[in-house]
Design a protein around this ligand. Structure first.
Ligand code: ADP
Ligand code: MG
Length: 666
C-alpha cells in the first residue's frame, strides 16, 4: 500500500543556510552550550530591560526558543526572588509543568522540588526554598482562593497563552484586576503564535516583545484522497520515511494513548519484517499518563546511525520541544473536551485540528534544518474543513467549576464579566442552573455555605457535592475512596492482549452487584488490605501506578476535609447510603431504562445511551442508574454506573425531580 503524496504549499520563505551547529555536535553540547544556542539567549539583556520597564509584557517566540525554560532562570538570576518572593510560570498541561520543572532543575544543577519545583492538582513538588515554580494554570487559579492578591509572587508568567485554555483565560481576567493594586508585580504573557495583539489589547496595549526566531522551510505533502484509517496511514508513512529518507527523527501527532499504543504495535510488527540492513528505528510514545521515566526518554539524543520516532499527542505541538525532528506526520486530529449545551453533556471527542494548529505541527520539522511534513489529509480538507483558529476552550466546555470559583472570589456578575472571549450565553446559563440545583447558589445567585465548601474542594462541582453529601450519610471514607478512584487519569484494570481472559476473570472478582463505584472501592480496599503491594496488583491485573495515584489523591482529599468542616466517618457495608451520597452529587447523570425502546435514556435530555462494555452492570440492566461520565465512542456510553432506586431522586434532589414525580416512582 504505497501512499501517494501531493506536494502543495511550501511553508514559508526561501531556503536558509544550513544550521551552524551540526546535529551531531548538538548532541555533545553541554547544558550551558545548549542554553546559549537558544534564540532567547541573545535577547536576555533587552528582555530583562523591557520587563524592568513595563509591568505587563507580552512575549512572543517560536516554540523551542527557550521561553519556558530560560526566562524564569533569567529572572531569578536578575534578582526577582528577593525577600522570599517567587517566580511562577503556568502551563496548560500537567505533563509540561512537570517535565519543564525537571529540565530547569537539571540545568541549574539542583534537586527538583528545592529551588525549582512544580505544583499540579493533587501533587505539590515544592518546598520552603522554592523560588521558581511551574504550575498548571488551574492550580494558580486555585491559589487565588487562598490569597487573592497572590502576595507570594514577584513575577507571574502565563505561558502558552495562545492555547487559550479555560483556566488561562480566567487568569487573565483576574490578573488584569490584581496588577492595578500590586504595582510591584510583573506579569508576562508568553505565546508561541502571532496572535499576541489580542493579549496586548486586553492588557491596555501592553508592549509585545518578539524573540527573533529561526525557522527553516518545511515542505508539506498532503494525501490525495482522505485516509480511512489515519493510525495505519501514520505507521506506513513512518516506515516509508525510514526506508527512503535521510536520517532525522520523526514526530507523529495522534490524539491519545490508545491510538499511540495501536500505532506503536503496528510499527513494531512491521519492523520485524524489515531487512537487517535498515538502520535501527526507536519507537517512543509520549502522552500525559506515561510514567515520567519513560517521558524523559524522548529527550535523550538518538544514538548515531539510528532514527527515533516519537508518537505524541498534542503536547508536542507547542508545549514541549523535542530536538532533532526533521519529519512530522500529522493525523489532523486532536482530542478535546466538548460541552454540548443541548444535551448538557461534556465529552472528550476527537476533532479536526485548526489550520493554525496544522501549521504549528508542521513547523516542528523545521527547527534546526529544512524539514518535511506529511499531512494525512487532503489539501481540500485543510482549506475547507478546518477552522482557521482553534476555538478558545471557554467557548466549548462546561464552565460550572470556574463559575463556582469566581463566585467564591466575590465576582457576582459572571455574565457581563470582561472576558477575552466570553462563554456562550447558553453555557453560562446552564452552569448557573446546575450550581443552583446543586445548592451551591441560592435563588438570588449568591454563593451558599455549601457552595463555599464546594469551591474549596479541587474537583468538579458534582463530585464536591457528593463528598459533602457523604458527611450527612456518614460514609466519608468510602466516598473519598470512590472520588479518588474516579479521579485517577488512566486505567485501573490492566488487560494485556495475550492474557485478556485471565485479566477479565480477575476483574470480575472485584465486581459489586450495585455498580462500578463500589467495584472500584473494593479494589482500593483490597489493595490497602494487601499493604499497597505491587505484587498483589500484578497478580490481579491492577495497574499499580494508578493505585498509587489514587492513594495520593485520596490523601490530599482527606487533608482537605478539615477546611470544609467534614469529619471522617465510615460505614463500608452500607451500599444504600453510599449510593445515595453519590446520587446527591450526580442526580443530573441519571438514566432510565425504557422498556419499549429497549435502551437507556438520560433523564435530563432524553438522549439514548448505553452502558460501557467494561462496566460490571452489563448483564441485568437495572431500571435506574447514575453514571459518572459519558464517553463518546461509537455510541454515547456511560462509564462507571451504579444502580439506584428511582425514589431516591425525590429524596436527594426534590427541587430537581419533583416535576417528574410520576416518572421516578414508576
Ligand atoms: P519554548 O518555551 O520557547 O517553547 P523551551 O524553553 O520549552 O522553549 O525549550 C528550550 C529548549 O530546551 C528546547 O531546545 C528543548 O528541546 C529543550 N528542553 C526542554 N525540556 C527538555 C528536557 N526535559 N530535556 C532536554 N531538553 C529539553
Ligand atoms: Mg514553552
Amino acid at each position: 500500500q504505497k501512499k501517494e503524496e501531493d506536494s502543495n504549499q511550501e511553508e514559508d520563505e526561501e531556503e536558509k543556510e544550513e544550521p551552524k551547529v551540526s546535529e551531531f555536535k548538538k548532541k555533545t553540547m553541554t547544558i550551558q552550550e545548549v542554553q546559549r544556542s537558544l534564540s532567547v539567549y541573545p535577547c536576555r539583556g533587552s528582555l530583562l530591560a523591557a520587563i524592568e520597564e513595563h509591568q505587563v509584557l507580552i512575549i512572543e517566540g517560536e516554540p523551542g526558543s527557550g521561553k519556558t525554560t530560560q526566562i524564569p532562570q533569567y529572572l531569578l538570576e536578575h534578582g526577582y526572588c528577593q525577600d522570599g518572593k517567587k517566580i511562577v510560570c503556568t502551563q496548560p498541561r500537567k505533563v509540561a509543568a512537570m517535565s519543564v520543572a525537571a529540565r530547569v532543575a537539571e540545568e541549574m544543577g539542583k534537586k527538583l522540588g528545592n529551588e525549582v519545583g512544580y505544583s499540579i492538582r493533587f501533587e505539590d513538588c515544592t518546598s520552603e526554598q522554592t523560588k521558581v515554580k511551574y504550575m498548571t494554570d488551574g492550580m494558580l487559579l486555585r491559589e487565588f482562593l487562598v490569597d487573592p492578591s497572590l502576595a507570594g509572587y514577584s513575577v507571574i508568567m502565563i505561558d502558552e497563552a495562545h492555547e487559550r485554555t479555560l483556566h488561562t483565560d480566567i487568569l487573565f481576567v483576574l490578573l488584569k484586576d490584581i496588577i492595578r493594586f500590586r504595582p510591584d508585580l510583573k506579569l508576562l504573557v508568553s505565546s508561541a503564535t502571532l496572535d499576541s495583539a489580542k493579549f496586548s489589547d486586553f492588557f491596555n496595549a501592553a508592549p509585545i516583545f518578539r524573540i527573533p526566531g529561526r525557522r527553516y522551510p518545511v515542505h508539506i505533502y498532503n494525501t490525495r484522497s482522505p485516509e480511512v484509517n489515519y493510525i495505519e496511514a501514520a505507521a506506513i508513512t513512518v516506515l516509508q520515511i525510514h526506508i527512503t529518507q535521510q536520517l532525522g527523527d520523526i514526530l507523529v501527532f495522534l490524539t491519545g494513548q490508545e491510538e499511540i499504543e495501536a500505532c506503536q504495535e503496528m510499527l513494531t510488527e512491521h519492523i520485524k519484517g524489515l531487512s537487517s540492513k535498515i538502520q535501527e528505528l526507536l519507537i517512543l510514545p509520549f502522552y500525559a499518563n506515561l510514567p515520567s521515566d519513560m517521558q524523559a526518554k524522548i529527550f535523550e539524543p538518538t544514538p548515531p546511525g539510528a532514527r527515533k520516532v516519537i508518537l505524541a499527542t498534542n503536547i508536542a505541538e507547542t508545549s514541549l520541544t523535542i530536538d532533532g525532528i526533521s519529519y512530522v506526520i500529522d493525523s489532523g486530529y486532536v482530542k478535546q473536551n466538548y460541552f454540548n449545551v443541548r444535551s448538557g453533556m461534556e465529552s472528550l471527542v476527537v476533532n479536526p485540528i485548526s489550520q493554525s494548529s496544522a501549521n504549528q505541527r508542521a513547523g516542528r520539522a523545521g527547527r534546526v534544518r529544512p524539514g518535511k511534513c506529511f499531512r494525512l489529509y487532503t489539501q481540500w480538507t485543510f482549506e475547507n474543513e478546518m477552522e482557521e483558529n482553534t476555538i478558545p476552550e471557554i467557548q466549548r466546555v462546561n464552565i460550572g467549576n470556574v463559575f463556582l470559583q469566581l463566585k467564591s472570589l466575590g465576582i457576582h456578575d459572571l455574565i457581563n464579566f470582561y472576558y477575552l472571549d466570553p462563554p456562550p450565553a447558553e453555557t453560562s446559563k446552564l452552569a448557573l442552573e446546575q450550581l443552583y440545583a446543586l445548592k451551591a447558589l441560592n435563588y438570588k445567585g449568591e454563593l451558599t455555605s455549601m457552595g463555599r465548601k464546594m469551591a474549596e474542594i479541587p474537583v468538579e462541582p458534582m463530585m464536591a457535592r457528593m463528598i459533602l453529601a457523604a458527611d450527612q450519610h456518614k460514609v466519608v471514607e468510602e466516598i473519598l475512596t470512590i472520588a479518588a478512584m474516579l479521579s485517577v487519569n488512566g486505567d485501573i484494570f490492566y488487560r494485556p492482549k495475550d492474557k485478556a481472559i485471565q485479566a477479565d476473570e480477575a476483574r470480575k472478582n472485584f465486581f459489586h452487584p450495585d455498580g462500578d463505584h463500589l467495584t472500584l472501592m473494593n479494589v482500593y480496599n483490597e489493595w490497602v488490605g494487601a499493604e499497597y503491594s505491587q505484587q498483589w496488583c500484578n497478580e490481579v491485573f491492577i495497574q499499580h501506578r494508578s493505585m498509587k495515584r489514587a492513594r495520593d489523591i485520596r490523601d490530599q482529599l482527606v487533608g482537605l476535609m478539615e477546611r470544609v468542616e467534614v469529619q471522617l466517618s465510615t460505614n463500608p457495608g452500607d451500599s444504600v447510603v453510599i449510593r445515595k451520597a453519590i446520587t446527591t452529587g450526580y442526580f443530573y447523570h441519571v438514566a432510565h431504562f425504557s422498556k419499549c425502546g429497549g435502551m437507556y435514556e438520560t433523564v435530563q435530555k432524553s438522549q439514548t445511551v448505553t452502558i460501557h462494555p467494561q462496566s460490571c452492570l452489563t448483564e441485568n440492566l437495572p431500571p435506574w442508574i447514575v453514571y459518572h461520565e459519558l464517553m463518546m465512542t461509537t455510541k454515547e456510553s456511560m462509564c462507571n454506573v451504579i444502580v439506584i432506586d428511582g425514589k431516591w431522586l425525590l429524596e436527594v434532589a426534590p427541587h430537581y425531580y419533583k416535576d417528574n414525580e410520576e416518572d421516578v416512582r414508576n
